[in-house]
Design a protein around this ligand. Structure first.
Ligand code: IPM
Ligand code: MN
Length: 354
């Protein structure tokens, strides 16, 4: 009997539903072709639901999501909702409560994609960032005193636990080994200033490294890495870093791979339920116009299939996306692709079915 995967789908806000619709088309085509079944259920979490009902995530939502094999998310963020409410109440809450402790973000320049870096091509840009996803500055530790007065004090602390750091670093070593490309893992930190947190990271990194003699290890400060990503991206294979630095360097990563239109990521709990998403936001100004680029969402669907064990199907999605970038679309930017959102989805389908 064909294997069945239960997928929770959260299209979310802005252009989220449009890109998820294209991703779903591609997923269904893969199921047909590769002989598995998808059982999906849509959840309406997001800004519109919040504005209508005042409810961010209903009671029991997280428990309900735990029962799925994976979550496929569009985007969270609404122009009429104060920043932070939906991001913290939905996206970060799911990452934390589902203990998705790794945010896996591939940075790969596909053929035909215009790269802002002079003289760099697909042979130079193929790296993966393993971002810690449940701790650091995102943990919410701190508080505010005397708010709104001249004596106001705001404290926001970075939480780094041995367990949290070690499991993320172990994941990065394992991932690097499995990927088996350059077999090089770079720790990105700030050991010259953040001498408590990154001392823990550095010690843990070198301890775990002893178990991986075939992996070359390297270190870069976060400020320097933003320079190297631009100047010598070919130096990097897998990069492991904390939550905040990972957030920052993966936006830069998205730019060197051609933009948010192509950047996908996975929030991974290797022992639980993982969530896959395009990393760009909800892009509300393009909502409903059929101009947003769905490739990032389609790539996220490919990552989800690989994670579920449908490796062939996942790789086929990536191959199909690469043919679209090489042959068909003029630009990855919304409105400048030379095709609509739905047409780009159809092009991926066409190559997938060949
Ligand atoms: C990301 C986003 C989120 C983050 C925001 C929306 C909370 O920027 O996924 O990178 O900071 O992690
Ligand atoms: Mn970000």
């Amino acid at each position: 009997m064909a294997k069945t995967y239960n997928i929770a789908v959260i299209p979310g806000d802005g252009t989220g539903p449009e890109v998820i619709a294209e991703g779903m088309k591609v997923l269904e085509a893969c199921a047909q072709k590769y002989g598995f079944r998808l059982e999906t259920r849509n959840f309406d979490f997001g800004g519109d639901r919040y504005l209508e009902t005042g409810e961010i995530l209903p009671d029991g939502a997280v428990e309900g999501l735990r029962k799925y094999d994976a979550i496929y998310l569009g985007a969270i963020g609404h122009p009429d909702v104060k920043p932070g409410i939906l991001e913290k109440g939905i996206l970060l809450k799911l990452r934390f409560e589902l203990d998705q402790y790794v945010n896996l973000r591939p940075v790969k320049l596909y053929p035909g994609v215009e790269c802002p870096l002079k003289d760099k091509g697909p042979e130079h840009i193929d790296l993966v960032v393993v971002r810690e996803n449940t701790e650091g500055l995102y943990a919410g530790a701190g508080g505010v005193l005397k708010k709104g007065t001249p004596d106001e004090v705001a404290v926001q602390e970075s939480i780094n636990t041995r367990k949290g750091v070690e499991r993320c670093i172990r994941f990065a070593f394992e991932y690097c080994k499995k990927r088996n490309k350059r077999n090089k893992l770079t720790l990105c930190g700030k050991t010259n200033v953040l001498t408590f947190a990154f001392d823990l990271w550095e010690r843990t990194f070198h301890e775990v490294a002893k178990e991986y003699p075939d992996i070359e290890v390297d270190y870069a400060h976060v400020d320097a890495i933003t320079m190297w990503f631009v100047k010598n991206p070919e130096w990097f294979d897998v990069v492991v870093t904390d939550n905040m630095f990972g957030d920052i360097i993966t936006d830069l990563g998205a730019m060197i791979q051609g933009g948010m239109g192509i950047a996908a990521g996975g929030n991974i709990n290797p022992e639980g339920v993982s969530m896959f998403e395009p990393i760009g936001g909800s892009a509300p100004k393009y909502k409903g116009k059929n101009v947003i680029n769905p490739l990032a969402a389609i790539c996220a669907a490919g990552m989800m299939l690989e994670h579920l064990g449908e490796v062939k199907a996942g790789k086929a999605i990536e191959q199909a996306v690469m043919r679209v970038t090489e042959k068909d679309i003029k630009s990855l930017a919304a409105g400048r692709m030379g095709h609509s959102t739905t047409e780009v989805g159809d092009l991926v389908l066409k190559y997938l079915q060949q």
